[in-house]
Design a protein around this ligand. Structure first.
Ligand code: TXA
Ligand code: MG
Length: 310
């Protein structure tokens, strides 16, 4: 059910107050949001998504003050990152405060926190308070980037219509430690941008890539559409692919700008799924800036079944 009226934020808040979950637009992907202080709502998020309870949720806030209230650690690194990249596609993993239910964090002593930039998300959180929200898709499937995507998967969930997501893939997740910043999940806020901001603030700690040892959200297969995906590296054209194979395939020669590819990635996966193709064939461009592509490649690799020329 898509909420489109002028007072859709008040409507959405009514549902949240009733311990229901709602579809929340953010600039990355749509979230499935619930009240962090309602056990019922938190359980509903896991049930609706069919997500195992061992995979923790992230909390969305509308200010740095709210972030500090739900965590117990805030150093200069956090301050600089928040000042430069919030509101925006960055999630910080920080030690959690006691007020945060263990079900949200799957028993971990840390919590993921993000301040999104979508105006409807900010308005809703300012009026209602922080909400827990994973991406609004069934566990391991493709994330939604429009209200219609959420509605097609969860017709009974009220969705706040905020148009199409500008970024298109999920936020960059950062583990903050005294001696380093760890990129647990790459996204469109990339390593070079983080390094540049830390450097200009005289913070001399490295930024490293490392899959989270504790978050099972980082599974080998994730973000998958229904159709199998074949991904080809280093091809300039489709001339070498046998014609019979091409005729029934959705072929997408990815644009050279990762920002454009990210914005369209999940929308395309969903469009391809709807048609009578047998598979999806992605052709990657020559990649010169590995950091800028890292987030998009991470999603493509986890969504693909076969690779050619990797
Ligand atoms: O852009 C986004 O981050 C979107 C929008 C809705 O904000 N949300 C999102 O949530 O992608 P989700 O639940 O689909 O992905 C969050 C990831 C999960 O893989 C989870 O395992 C990981 O964050 N995570 C959550 N809490 C964590 C923690 N304390 N330590 C490490 N990883 C954590
Ligand atoms: Mg997700």
């Amino acid at each position: 059910m898509i909420l489109k009226s002028d007072n859709k934020i008040s409507e959405a808040i009514k549902y949240l107050k009733d311990d229901m979950v709602i579809g929340l637009p953010t600039e990355t992907v749509y979230g499935l949001a619930g009240n962090i202080y309602s056990k019922k709502a938190i359980n509903r998020i896991f049930e609706t998504k069919e997500r195992p309870f061992f995979d923790p949720l992230i909390i969305h806030v509308a200010s740095t003050e709210q972030a500090k209230e739900i965590s117990t650690y805030w150093d200069d690194t956090c301050e600089i990152l928040a000042k430069n990249f919030w509101p925006g596609p960055m999630t910080l993993i920080l030690p959690k405060s006691d007020s945060i239910d263990d079900v949200i964090t799957s028993g971990l002593d840390t919590v993921g926190i993000r301040l999104p930039s979508h105006p409807l998300a900010i308005q809703l959180i300012e009026k209602f308070g922080p909400v827990a929200a994973p991406s609004a898709n069934k566990f391991k499937k493709t994330s939604p980037t429009s209200a219609e995507h959420v509605d097609s998967e969860f017709p009974n969930v009220p969705v706040l219509d905020g148009g199409e997501c500008e970024i298109g893939i999920e936020s960059t997740i950062l583990g903050i430690q005294k001696e380093k910043v760890i990129i647990y999940r790459p996204g469109m806020l990339d390593k070079k941008k983080i390094e540049a901001v830390l450097k200009s603030s005289q913070i001399k700690i490295p930024v490293v890539y490392q899959e989270s040892p504790v978050a099972p959200g980082h599974l080998k297969h994730h973000y998958m559409p229904k159709l199998p995906i074949i991904t080809e590296f280093k091809a300039d054209s489709t001339d070498h692919i046998p014609h019979e194979l091409m005729s029934n395939q959705a072929v997408w020669k990815l644009e050279s700008d990762p920002v454009i590819v990210a914005r369209n990635l999940y929308k395309k996966f969903r469009e391809f799924d709807k048609n009578q193709y047998s598979s999806i064939y992605l052709i990657l461009p020559k990649i010169t800036d590995g950091d800028a592509w890292k987030g998009v490649l991470n999603r493509i690799e986890k969504a693909s079944t076969y690779f050619i020329g990797k």
